[in-house]
Design a protein around this ligand. Structure first.
Ligand code: LLP
Length: 463
C-alpha cells in the first residue's frame, strides 16, 4: 500500500504520548489538494464543492453513501498521461480500477487505450464503443469463451499468462483464420515495496511466466512457432501503489535482456514492451506520487539506455495505469450516524456505508483521509475511527484520523481518493445496496452507475 501502509499513528499526529495522539498541527478545515480531486474546494459557507456543486445538494439529489467522480479531473489525468508518453508510446487505462460505459467513452475521447481482464470488462468496453484494436485482454485464467470473444472482436492484444494459454489462444485464432497479436507476461523476480496481496512480480505467485530458469524464453520459443499468434512483445506488471521507480528499473532491464536473448536466438526484434501499471497515488498528505511526465521520462530513459547497451532498437513502450488516473478523481460521501466516544481510546464514528463500498482498509490495511465537508468547524480535533454499518468489527473505513469534536449525526463527511478499487470491489455484504457513481462536471452532475435497489437484490434471488 502507500508507504504509510502500516501506520505508526494517525495522519497529522505529531507524537504519541501515553496512548493518546496529540492534536494535529494542520487545520482540519483545510482540504489538502494532494488527496482531493482538482475541482474540489470549500464555498463561502465552508461546504465542500466539486465541479461547482455543493455536497448538500449532491447528498439531497443522489443520497449517501455515494461516489462523486470529478469528470474534468479524470479527463485531465488521461491527457496528462497521453501527453507525457507522447505518440511514440501507448497508455492503456486499467479498467479493473473502475470501469463504466461513461468512463470508456471518456477514454476513447481522450485518446487512451483500455486494458480489460474479464469478459464483463470486455463487454462493457465494446458496448461503449471502444475500438477493439485499442483493447488489451489480460488475466491468468481467461476462459475459452472469453478468449473466443476477444479474438472474434479483434482485440489489439491478448496478454498470454501461461504455457497452456499460448496453445489455447493460438488454436482459437487459427480456427478463425486470424493471427492474434499477443504479448507474453513475464515475472521478473522483483519484490515491489507494496502490500503482499498486490505485488505481482516475485516468482511465487499466480501471474505470468518466470524469466528465471529460462521459462519466459521457452514461452517465446513456443509462441513464435504457432501460426495463430503474432508475438508483438513482452509484458511485465510488478504490483500496485508503488512510489519507488527502482522496481520498474529492474523490470525494464530484465525485459530488455529477454528481448536481446530473443534477437540472438531467433533473429527477431520484438517491437513492444509493456511495463504495466502500479503507480502510487496520495491517499494521505504523507504520500508523494510522481507526475506522469516524470514517470514517462524515467521509464523511457531506462528502456533507451538498456537497449543501447544491448544494441537493440528501442521498442515501443506501453503502460497501464489504473489507480493513478481514476483514484484521485473521486471521493465517497457519507452521512454520519452513531457517534460513540470510548473513554481513553478514540471516538467511533459510524457512517451509512463501510466495507461494502470500500474493502481496501480491511483487506490491505490501506490508509485514507477524511474530512467534515458539510460545514467547517472551529471545535477541537478529536481522534476518530470511521467505521461502517456492517456486522463485523473489521468494518473500518478510516482507521485513525481527526475530525472536529462537535461532529454530530447528520453531518456529511467525505473520504477522498476512492476512485480506484472501491466501487469496482464493492460487495452486497449484509445485503448492502452498492452506491451510485455520480459524475460531476462544470456545475452539472449525472449518475453514471446508479444506486442498487432492493428490487435489484430480489431480482437475482430467484426464490
Ligand atoms: N496492469 C495489470 C496487468 C494489472 O494487473 C494491474 C492491476 C494494472 C495494470 C493496474 O494497476 P494500478 O495502476 O491500478 O495500480 N485491488 C488492489 C489493486 C489490485 C491491482 C491489480 N492489478 C487495490 O485496491 O489496491
Amino acid at each position: 500500500m502507500s508507504r504509510s501502509a502500516h501506520p505508526a499513528g494517525p495522519r497529522h499526529a505529531d507524537v504519541l504520548t501515553e496512548g493518546h495522539y496529540t492534536a494535529p498541527a494542520a487545520d482540519l478545515n483545510v482540504l489538502d489538494e494532494k488527496v482531493w480531486s482538482r475541482t474540489v474546494s470549500r464555498d463561502a459557507d465552508g461546504a465542500l464543492t466539486v465541479g461547482g456543486i455543493g455536497v448538500a445538494r449532491l447528498a439531497e439529489e443522489f443520497g449517501t453513501p455515494a461516489y462523486f467522480l470529478d469528470e474534468s479531473d479524470f479527463r485531465a489525468r488521461c491527457r496528462a498521461w497521453a501527453d507525457a508518453f507522447g505518440p511514440g508510446a501507448d497508455v492503456f487505462y486499467a479498467g479493473k480500477a473502475f470501469l463504466s460505459r461513461a468512463v470508456v467513452r471518456w477514454l476513447k475521447e481522450e485518446g487512451l487505450n483500455l486494458d480489460v481482464c474479464s469478459g464483463g470488462e470486455l463487454a462493457t468496453a465494446l458496448d461503449a464503443g471502444m475500438p477493439a484494436e485499442r483493447i488489451a485482454f489480460h488475466g491468468n485464467n481467461k476462459t475459452v469463451a472469453e478468449i473466443e470473444r476477444a479474438v472474434e472482436a479483434g482485440v489489439g492484444r491478448i496478454v498470454l499468462d501461461s504455457f497452456q494459454e499460448i496453445v489455447r489462444v493460438a488454436h482459437i485464432a487459427q480456427q478463425r483464420g486470424v493471427r492474434q497479436r499477443v504479448q507474453i507476461r513475464v515475472t521478473v523476480g522483483v519484490e515491489a515495496h507494496t502490500h503482499e496481496f498486490i505485488a505481482t512480480a516475485h516468482e511465487d505467485q499466480k501471474f505470468g511466466i518466470a524469466l528465471a530458469g529460462g521459462q519466459a524464453a521457452e514461452a517465446v520459443r513456443r509462441a513464435l512457432t504457432l501460426d495463430g499468434l503474432e508475438l508483438i512483445g513482452i509484458h511485465s506488471h510488478i504490483g500496485s501503489q508503488i512510489f519507488d521507480m527502482a522496481g520498474f528499473e529492474v523490470s525494464a532491464r530484465r525485459v530488455v535482456q529477454l528481448l536481446a536473448e530473443v534477437r540472438d536466438e531467433h533473429g527477431v526484434e520484438l517491437p513492444e514492451i509493456d511495463l504495466g501499471g502500479g503507480l502510487g497515488i496520495a491517499y494521505t498528505s504523507e504520500d508523494d506520487p510522481r507526475e506522469p511526465h516524470e514517470i514517462a521520462k524515467a521509464l523511457s530513459d531506462i528502456v533507451t539506455r538498456e537497449c543501447e547497451a544491448a544494441n537493440l532498437n528501442t521498442p515501443r513502450i506501453s503502460v497501464e495505469p489504473g489507480r493513478a488516473i481514476v483514484g484521485p478523481t473521486a471521493f465517497t460521501l457519507y452521512e454520519v450516524g452513531t457517534i460513540k466516544p470510548l473513554e481513553g481510546l478514540r471516538t467511533y464514528v459510524s457512517v451509512d456505508g463501510g466495507m461494502s463500498d470500500n474493502i481496501r482498509t480491511a483487506l490491505y490495511d490501506a490508509e485514507y483521509s477524511v474530512a467534515l465537508v458539510s460545514r467547517t468547524s472551529d471545535a477541537e480535533p478529536m481522534l476518530v475511527r470511521v467505521v461502517g454499518k456492517h456486522c463485523e468489527s473489521g468494518d473500518i473505513v478510516v482507521k485513525d484520523a481527526f475530525l472536529p469534536a462537535d461532529l454530530a449525526p447528520g453531518d456529511l463527511i467525505a473520504v477522498p481518493a476512492t476512485g480506484a478499487y472501491c466501487r469496482s470491489m464493492a460487495s452486497n455484504y449484509n445485503h448492502a445496496l452498492r452506491p451510485p457513481v455520480v459524475a460531476v462536471r462544470d456545475g452539472g452532475a449525472r449518475v453514471i452507475v446508479r444506486r442498487e435497489t432492493e428490487e435489484d437484490l430480489l431480482r437475482l434471488d430467484v426464490g
